[in-house]
Design a protein around this ligand. Structure first.
Ligand code: 5GP
Length: 187
C-alpha cells in the first residue's frame, strides 16, 4: 500500500480563528432574531457540514437540524444552470421556521432554488445564512439574511467543509486554490 499523501500547504484566505469569531457574531444576531421561536437549520450538503456544526452550537434556541443535498449543473453542463435535488430532508418543513445554512453563495442559483422549494412546501418562514458570499451576488437573493464574509475574489476556495473534487473539507481554515487541477493526482 502506498503512503497516504499529506495535506498541502495552501494560502489561508480566512483563518479558523476569524471564522469562529464571525460565527459568534452571526449566532448572536440569529438568536436575537428568532428569540421565542423554534428554528430548523437545514444544512446544504456537503459543504455546509462544518459551518452548521459550529453555528448550531452557538445558538441557544430550540433547534431542529436537518440536511438536504443538491448538485448544481454549472454553465458548462447546462445552459439553464439547473439545480438537482440529490437527497431530501428527513422532516416535513411545513409550518416551520427554516434557516438554510450554506457554505458559499456563488451565482445564487442553489439558494434561489431552495428558497422557492421551501416556500412551496409551506414553510412558515425561509431565510438563509451563508458563510461566504461572492461580492456583488448578495443583492436580489431571496432570503439571504446572514452573511459571514464577502469574498472579493473569484478564486476557488476550499477548507472548513468545502472541497475540491471531494478533498480538503477537513482543512480548518478557508484556503485558496489557485490552480485546483494540480491536486488531481491526490484523488
Ligand atoms: P451557486 O448555486 O451559488 O452558484 O453555487 C453554490 C455552491 O457551489 C456552493 O454550495 C458550493 O458547493 C459550490 N461552490 C461555489 N464556489 C465554490 C468555491 O469556490 N469552492 C467550493 N469548494 N465550492 C464552491
Amino acid at each position: 500500500m502506498s503512503e497516504p499523501a499529506s495535506i498541502p500547504d495552501l494560502p489561508v484566505l480566512i483563518s479558523s480563528a476569524a471564522v469562529a469569531a464571525r460565527i459568534n457574531e452571526m449566532a448572536q444576531t440569529i438568536a436575537a432574531d428568532y428569540a421565542g421561536k423554534a428554528l430548523t437549520l437545514v444544512g446544504i450538503l456537503k459543504g455546509a457540514f462544518v459551518f452548521l456544526a459550529d453555528l448550531s452550537r452557538r445558538l441557544p434556541l430550540p433547534l431542529w437540524i436537518d440536511f438536504i443535498e443538491v448538485s448544481s449543473y454549472g454553465a458548462a453542463a447546462s445552459s439553464s444552470g439547473a439545480v438537482k435535488l440529490v437527497r431530501d430532508l428527513s422532516h416535513d418543513p411545513a409550518g416551520r421556521h427554516i434557516l438554510l445554512v450554506e457554505d458559499i453563495v456563488d451565482t445564487g442559483l442553489t439558494m434561489h432554488y431552495l428558497y422557492d422549494m421551501f416556500r412551496a412546501r409551506g414553510a412558515l418562514s425561509v431565510e438563509a445564512a451563508a458563510l461566504l458570499v461572492r461580492s456583488g451576488k448578495r443583492s436580489g437573493l431571496p432570503g439571504l439574511r446572514y452573511t459571514g464574509f464577502e469574498l472579493d475574489t473569484e478564486a476557488f476556495v476550499a477548507g472548513y467543509g468545502m472541497d475540491y473534487s471531494g478533498l480538503f473539507r477537513n482543512i480548518p481554515d478557508v484556503v485558496r486554490l489557485d490552480e485546483p487541477s494540480r491536486f488531481d493526482s491526490l484523488r
